[in-house]
Design a protein around this ligand. Structure first.
Ligand SMILES: *[C@@H]1O[C@H](CO)[C@@H](O)[C@H](O)[C@H]1NC(C)=O
Ligand SMILES: *[C@@H]1O[C@H](CO)[C@@H](O)[C@H](O)[C@H]1NC(C)=O
Ligand SMILES: *[C@@H]1O[C@H](CO)[C@@H](O)[C@H](O)[C@H]1NC(C)=O
Ligand SMILES: *[C@@H]1O[C@H](CO)[C@@H](O)[C@H](O)[C@H]1NC(C)=O
Ligand SMILES: *[C@@H]1O[C@H](CO)[C@@H](O)[C@H](O)[C@H]1NC(C)=O
Ligand SMILES: *[C@@H]1O[C@H](CO)[C@@H](O)[C@H](O)[C@H]1NC(C)=O
Ligand SMILES: *[C@@H]1O[C@H](CO)[C@@H](O)[C@H](O)[C@H]1NC(C)=O
Ligand SMILES: *[C@@H]1O[C@H](CO)[C@@H](O)[C@H](O)[C@H]1NC(C)=O
Ligand SMILES: *[C@@H]1O[C@H](CO)[C@@H](O)[C@H](O)[C@H]1NC(C)=O
Ligand SMILES: *[C@@H]1O[C@H](CO)[C@@H](O)[C@H](O)[C@H]1NC(C)=O
Ligand SMILES: *[C@@H]1O[C@H](CO)[C@@H](O)[C@H](O)[C@H]1NC(C)=O
Ligand SMILES: *[C@@H]1O[C@H](CO)[C@@H](O)[C@H](O)[C@H]1NC(C)=O
Length: 706
């Protein structure tokens, strides 16, 4: 039987607690200051290892130390015992493998922050590439080859430090909001900065970093754990992957013969140490932009009917996930070998009957790959594979391919030159390696801006951005969407060479009557859309009005990410290739795809904002490593990269910590207060009937109810 006094007391206590919790939220707001503009480093796993960063479930706390020089690193090592663990705030120049490793190994730090952008976050002059010096060697075609394997002839990425492929066991974030960075530096200067080398006193500026990663050890382990029913967590990691984009200029009506198809390829992704902080300007956007521009000029030719259609098919392909052991290209080759490419039905005439089109690697007559092509003012270097060229037939075709490229580029300021005239040098890392790995009879050339080592000092890093390829060229202004600078001029030449060569090769050696000419403004516009703002006019033209509105007002990340969500970059590229190579139907009718044709309603280049319909043969094809279909999670043949799952509460919070003595005093007084309130409550409870005298009627009513 509840008495009124008990009820009353309960209400008072509840109200008190509610007030208290509201109050404590406010206090937390005062103590913690959230740093919101962050890019985490996350855990990825492959067949045998985990790489990247993680905190414990509750996050890691450490005292901030601003690292601007080696002296600051040395100070931390010397004062390890004082206030450790520390969380260093690195300038981009000081975020190096050597500093990071020594601090992690000596357990001096429990996390790290890196400044990106602004004065402290500029690209190190000496270069920075956090991947291996011989990228993707194990999954290319020279794996195990004593002559060419392990970059025995050329160390392609000489400056590569491999930082991305280490496992740190601490959280690491990049910060990019200058206001927030300055606040953090001020907090450090006001509280932590050693004066004349002495140890600072409490209170100290500290941060809490939270990015707990669920995956651990390797991909077989995390897939196995994901398959076991678990009430709290059902997914630990997801395979990396997305879609390739490919298409042909004209629809293929007849089954192609062996060696018929002329392929133009590029990769559609890049990587960096930090999740989604991936601009990939030289590697990969330069190649993608030149390829799309070449597709555009060939598409104009097709729509205007200015040239005869070439006799053989021209195929464009853009591979996703290539930075992670060639996911997209290895999957396309795998599908071709399994007679599953293309995956859509496409009826073709063959010897008087109709059958489903099945493309195989043997259908490829020439393979031209645009790799990193945007840097410097030197020639475009043509790389070929010495092993397949030992076959006379292949060698002759490669020579022919090279001659055509050389001819088409002769009058430009970016001539094509052979990287290794004596055929002693192997291919650089390239998607083409995955085709040759399966079929050594494909003649092909990989075009790059480097003869030996990469010209790109920032390969697969966050610094391979617009600045890397075009210097201080800024554009925050719509009237300047038509950028024009050395980079766009160079890409225009590359695209011209590609377009004319593709036509000539597909037309049995007969070049177009009038040279195909890429519009430099188109390149400028593509550069603008890729590096500054995705909701630009050109991208909007390739989307329907509704979808166009959802394009972001910043550059789209070029990280492949996991296979559970579709990449915006892939969709944009698909639509652009369709827009550029397809017919433009001035109809707002249903726009439904028929047979092999992809029809998509898009805005097009009209001022009355009436949508049109693009009709072409452009498709997605799955870019997910065959290892996951074959369930060979420890594969050494196919990529096994997977990305860890994490909670939504990734965070960086800044606060002041007081000295341990002060904390102890606060705790003790808290305990005393709590005990005192218990005594008080007990007393009030016992004397309740004397303190509170209820109205007589109510008491009876309540008793009757209960
Ligand atoms: C997995 O990645 C690690 C780190 O890069 C590497 O050492 C290892 O060889 C890779 N395993 C396989 C099977 O490729
Ligand atoms: C940077 O952070 C400050 C404070 O949180 C915020 O007011 C400002 O809008 C941010 N700037 C950008 C460019 O996001
Ligand atoms: C630091 O040392 C210098 C020279 O030894 C001295 O002039 C200066 O006053 C010191 N600063 C402080 C804050 O102690
Ligand atoms: C072909 O079409 C494009 C636009 O569709 C146009 O700008 C160009 O002038 C045309 N070229 C010729 C040679 O007709
Ligand atoms: C086409 O058909 C003819 C006659 O039926 C046959 O001799 C020839 O081998 C066929 N060719 C192919 C490529 O199937
Ligand atoms: C290169 O220029 C010369 C003279 O300007 C011209 O005769 C020739 O046709 C051009 N070649 C190509 C491939 O455009
Ligand atoms: C870029 O701009 C900054 C500031 O405007 C200037 O200091 C720097 O020299 C410029 N760099 C180049 C390569 O033009
Ligand atoms: C944009 O750039 C043009 C030409 O460079 C200039 O005339 C115009 O004032 C700029 N507009 C804005 C809003 O900055
Ligand atoms: C991603 O794109 C593919 C190919 O167009 C489509 O089949 C799939 O439904 C899309 N998935 C999501 C999650 O949007
Ligand atoms: C766009 O508008 C301008 C002027 O209003 C006109 O000259 C031009 O022909 C229009 N272009 C198209 C594609 O309708
Ligand atoms: C799309 O183009 C093809 C030829 O390229 C044509 O056969 C087909 O009818 C077109 N579809 C529509 C809806 O116009
Ligand atoms: C992968 O694992 C299977 C079974 O666990 C084993 O039989 C196989 O040898 C392993 N393959 C590699 C390349 O390690």
């Amino acid at each position: 039987m509840a008495t009124l006094s008990e009820n009353f007391l309960f209400i008072i206590l509840t109200a008190f607690l509610l007030l208290q919790s509201g109050y404590s939220d406010k206090v937390a707001g005062k103590i913690y200051s959230d740093v919101l503009s962050i890019h985490p480093c996350v855990i990825l796993t492959n067949a045998t290892h985990q790489i990247g960063c993680t905190s414990s479930l509750g996050g890691h706390v450490g005292v901030v130390h601003y690292i601007q020089s080696q002296d600051d690193v040395d100070w931390l090592i010397k004062h390890n015992d004082d206030h450790a663990p520390y969380i260093p705030l690195f300038t981009s120049e000081m975020f190096k493998k050597t500093s990071l490793k020594v601090l992690v190994n000596k357990k001096i730090i429990s996390g790290a922050l890196v400044i990106h952008g602004g004065k402290d976050g500029q690209a190190p002059k000496s270069g920075f590439s956090p991947v291996d010096d011989c990228p993707q060697d194990r999954f290319g075609m020279y794996n195990g080859n004593t002559e060419y394997g392990s970059c025995n002839k050329v160390k392609w990425n000489e400056g590569g430090n491999g930082m991305s492929f280490e496992s740190y066991g601490i959280p690491i974030f990049a910060l990019y909001n200058q206001t927030e960075i300055n606040e953090l530096i001020k907090c450090y200067r006001d509280n932590n900065q050693p004066i004349n080398g002495s140890v600072p006193d409490y209170p100290l500026c500290a941060v809490e970093l939270k990015d707990f990663m669920f995956a651990a050890k390797d991909t077989p382990t995390c897939i196995r754990k994901s398959k076991v029913p678990n009430p709290t967590q059902n997914q630990f990691c997801d395979p990396l992957g997305d879609y390739n984009v490919w298409g042909t200029l004209y629809p293929m009506e007849e089954e192609p013969k062996k060696g018929d198809i002329v392929v133009a390829a590029a990769k559609l992704d890049s990587s960096s140490f930090f999740h989604d902080l991936v601009y990939g300007a030289d590697n990969d956007a330069s190649g993608v932009i030149a390829l799309l521009a070449a597709a555009r000029v060939l598409g104009d030719m097709k729509r205007n009917g200015t040239e005869e259609p070439p006799k053989k098919p021209i195929m464009f392909t853009l591979f996703q996930g290539e930075s992670w052991d060639y996911i997209g290209s290895s999957r396309m080759v795998y599908d071709m070998n399994k007679d599953r490419f293309p995956s859509n039905t496409w009826k073709v005439k063959s010897n008087g009957t109709t059958k489903d089109l099945k493309l195989k690697t043997s259908h490829i007559g020439y393979f031209i790959e645009l790799n990193q092509v945007g840097l410097g003012d030197g020639p475009l270097w043509a790389h070929s594979d010495p092993i397949s060229r030992k076959t006379k037939e292949v060698d002759e075709k490669v020579k022919h391919l090279f001659d055509e490229l050389e001819k088409a580029s002769k009058n430009t300021s970016v001539p094509v030159k052979e990287a290794s005239t004596d055929k002693s040098q192997p291919l650089p890392p390239a998607s083409f390696q995955r085709f040759l790995r399966s079929n050594k009879e494909i003649p092909g050339i990989v075009l790059t801006d480097h003869q030996k080592e990469f010209s790109n000092k920032y390969y697969n890093s966050r610094f391979d951005d617009a600045y890397n390829v075009q210097g201080n060229f800024t554009s925050d202004n719509d009237s300047r969407i038509y950028l024009s600078n050395t980079f766009t001029k160079r890409l225009t030449h590359v695209a011209n060479t590609l377009a004319n060569t593709l036509y000539t090769l597909a037309n049995d050696g007969k070049p177009p009557k009038t040279e195909l000419k890429v519009n430099e403004y188109l390149i400028g516009h593509l550069v603008y859309c890729s590096f500054y703002r995705a909701n630009c006019d050109l991208y909007k033209e390739a989307f329907n009005t509704k979808m166009g509105k959802s394009l972001p007002s910043r550059a789209i990340s070029r990280y492949v990410s996991v296979n559970t969500a579709n990449n915006t970059l892939t969709i944009v590229t698909h639509n652009l290739l369709l827009y550029f190579t397809g017919y433009h139907l001035k109809t707002s009718s249903s726009c439904e795809s028929h047979g092999p044709f992809t029809l998509y309603k898009m805005l097009g280049n009209s001022n009355d904002s009436k949508e049109m319909c693009a009709n072409g043969t452009v498709y997605y094809s799955l870019a997910e490593s065959p290892a996951f279909e074959l369930e060979q999670y420890n594969s050494t043949e196919y990529s096994t990269w997977a990305e860890s799952v994490w909670n939504a509460d990734l965070s960086v919070r800044m606060f002041l910590i007081s000295s341990p003595q002060r904390q102890a005093v606060t705790l003790a007084s808290g305990i005393v207060m709590t005990l005192f309130s218990f005594v008080l409550v007990y007393f009030i409870h016992r004397k309740a009937d004397q303190i509170f005298t209820p109205a007589p009627g109510i008491l009876e009513d309540l008793d009757a109810q209960s």
